[in-house]
Structure formats: structure tokens, C-alpha cells
Design a protein around this ligand. Sequence first.
Ligand SMILES: NC(=O)c1ccc[n+]([C@@H]2O[C@H](COP(=O)([O-])OP(=O)(O)OC[C@H]3O[C@@H](n4cnc5c(N)ncnc54)[C@H](OP(=O)(O)O)[C@@H]3O)[C@@H](O)[C@H]2O)c1
Length: 304
Amino acid sequence: MIIITGATGNLGGRIVARLLERVPAAAIGVSVRDEAKATGLTAKGVRVREGDFTRPATLEKSLEGADQVLVVSAAIRGGGAFEANSAAIDAAVAAGASRILYTSHQAASATSLFPPQRVHAATEEYLAQQGIPFVALRNGFYANALGIHLDSALSTGKITIPEDGPVSWTAHEDLAEVAAVALTEPDAISGTSPPLTASAALDLGDVARVLTRLTERTITRVTIGDDEWKAAAIARGLPPMVADFSLGMFQAARRGEFSVVNPTLETTIAHPPLPVEHTLQQLLGRRDRSAAGQNRAVPHRPNR
Ligand SMILES: NC(=O)c1ccc[n+]([C@@H]2O[C@H](COP(=O)([O-])OP(=O)(O)OC[C@H]3O[C@@H](n4cnc5c(N)ncnc54)[C@H](OP(=O)(O)O)[C@@H]3O)[C@@H](O)[C@H]2O)c1
């Protein structure tokens, strides 16, 4: 059985959908924090069991009978992220898996300025030490992370942030597809993968130009200093830790940590990766739908 963790998340859900196109549902299991969120998968014949990386006892049951486990890195920031990922790897080893896959990052590095990359590097190292065939999928930077800039870009016409650098923004759809290939075609990728990126790297000035084209409104990129940005972000209500997290991302991008572009994703999925425009269109559409929903939710008051 192939078992996927995080299957109720954005990436894990898409990976299971892709896998269902390649293997029977009965050969797929998912390990999720909340089984109630995965009833759709149960209905399709996928085995759904509860598994929480921070409660290793649950993983013993959720990974039972695994031939392969794909550990989708848990959405945990800061302390505890490595412990959670390594607990999932331990559980996969204990379950007798003959191959373990992990969703790492294109810029995994012990010396990264962006803390999640240090967690990915430590997790990759831990995985490699297990003595079991493994794959660390070095996923490109999620294009949907650009969503954090949309509100202010659209309300002010500006993306006002510290100096950044090019990022090979990569779509979830393509990363899900490459994971499904890696799970079902063991020769496609082994060990630590090359960076699995889209075909172009764009900085936020480039992104502002794409947004200008897509929205037919002028969106300008404005550069401010790190300290000024952090103070303004905190004044807007962002917790200081979150501000530092984002600042680390800008600083790492500025240093070129996310600028690599590599053809492996394209050759493995056998079609060109989706460009950043695709994800930006999705994000803009989601905002429009949510705004329309909010308008509908306002009760109509007839004129008196
Ligand atoms: N490549 C990149 O640029 C990039 C960017 C951001 C994040 N990431 C990493 O990629 C992962 C997957 O991305 P995504 O878009 O699918 O994120 P997502 O939609 O937030 O999904 C994260 C998944 O992690 C699960 N999770 C959180 N805490 C857990 C725990 N203690 N035990 C087990 N599972 C836990 C969540 O479970 P629930 O469904 O129950 O909430 C969810 O299914 C993220 O978790 C993060 O580690 C990568």
C-alpha cells in the first residue's frame, strides 16, 4: 500500500487525486489529522486513518501495512517542525516501508536565511540516514505563496516590500503530478531530487508586471528597507515572529536562494510546468468569488 500523509492539505489532496489515476484506490491509504475531512476519499475506496505527527502513537496505526510512505512535511512553523517530520519518518520505518518519500524544498540548506529550508535540510539528512531507499522531492517554491501580496497590491496598487530576488514560482498541480510519478515509477527519481521548479524565475517586480496585465490595473513594486517594512507590518497587526519569517524569505530570495530553474520537473511530468500566471489567475478568481459570496451574504434591504 502507498500511504500519503497530509492528504487533507492542498498538496497531499492533489497527490492522492493524481495517484488515483495511476493505481487502484484499494492500494492507497492516507494518514490525516482529521478523518472527517477525508470522507470523500473514503467514498472512493481509499483507506483513511488518523495520524498526527505530534502524536506518534497515532502514526503506528495510520501507516500500518505501508510499502511506500510519502511524508508531506507538516505545516508547522518554528520549533517542532523537524521533530514532527522525523517522527513521521520513524513511523514509516517502523511500519516496514521499503521506500520513503518526503516533500522537501528546492532550496533546502542548513545555511539558508529562511528557516523552513533548514528544517528541510535536517529532515533530508535524517531520511538519508535510515538506510532505506528514499526520495526527497525538492519542490519548487509554491506559486500560491504570492497570495499574501494580493490584498495590498489590489487595494493600494503597490507591492511594498524589502528587496527580494527571483523565485521559480511552481504550481501545486505540477508538484502533485511529479510526486505521483515518483511513487509509481521508482526509477524516475531516487535520492535527493534536483530542484523541481517551473521554467522561469520572477522577482516581485516581474510579478507586479504580470498582475498589471492580468488585472488591467497598474500594480507597482515599491522597495523599502527591512526595518521599515517590519515596523509597518507589526503596526498593521502582524505578530513579530511572522514578520521575521517573511523577512527571512525576502532576504533568502535577495541572496538568490530560490532563483534556480531546472528542467527535471518538466521532463518527469512530460509537459511544460504551469507558469506563474496560472496560479495568479486562480488566486484572483478565488478573491473575486469570495468577494461575490460576501456581497450575497449581506441581506438585501428593500427601500422604504
Ligand atoms: N514548497 C514550498 O514553497 C512550500 C511553501 C509552504 C509550505 N510548504 C510545505 O509543504 C507542505 C504541504 O503544503 P500544502 O500547500 O499542502 O499545505 P497545507 O494545505 O497547509 O497542508 C499542510 C498539511 O499538513 C498537515 N499537518 C499539519 N500539522 C500536522 C501534524 N501535526 N501532523 C500531521 N499532519 C499535519 C495538515 O493537516 P490538516 O489538513 O488537518 O490541516 C495539512 O494536511 C506544508 O505543510 C509545508 O511544510 C512548502
